[in-house]
Design a protein around this ligand. Sequence first.
Ligand code: FES
Length: 164
Amino acid sequence: MSMAKSLADFSSTHDIIQKYPREQRYTLAILQDIQRKYSYIPKESLIILSKYLDTPLSKLYSMATFYKALSLKPKGDNIIKICDGTACHIRSSMVIIDEIAKLIHIKPGETTEDGRFSLETVNCLGSCAIAPVIVINETYYGKVTPAMIREILGGYGGLTDGGK
Ligand code: FES
């Protein structure tokens, strides 16, 4: 991860930012581009943007916190998406979410402390026939039961307690 990186290492951030005029109304669009690029909003990128737009860093932080599509934390190595569309919901997707929370101690929107998993809920994944569905990275798992979760997650490098 980017702990010791200097601002100069964030050339992609510079590239993104410079596509936009120095006007505050582009702040959200720029933040969305940064999110797309890094899959989260690095602190360094916010500092660069704050200088470019002459906007207080605190304001950028609150925007990044306010908008659900933006995240200030890096995502885990493996992204678990659990479908909470109608078909999956009535087939107990909540029970699956609870089981994941029990095993790796994260709720939707969170990442394990060891950085191995992030959990997200999504709307219909287009596979309602095999509800409830989860997708890990690009792999679909259908008709998932709580009993299957331990084994499924174990396939992604073994289960830990999520770093807690
Ligand atoms: S509602 Fe979950 S795949 Fe359609």
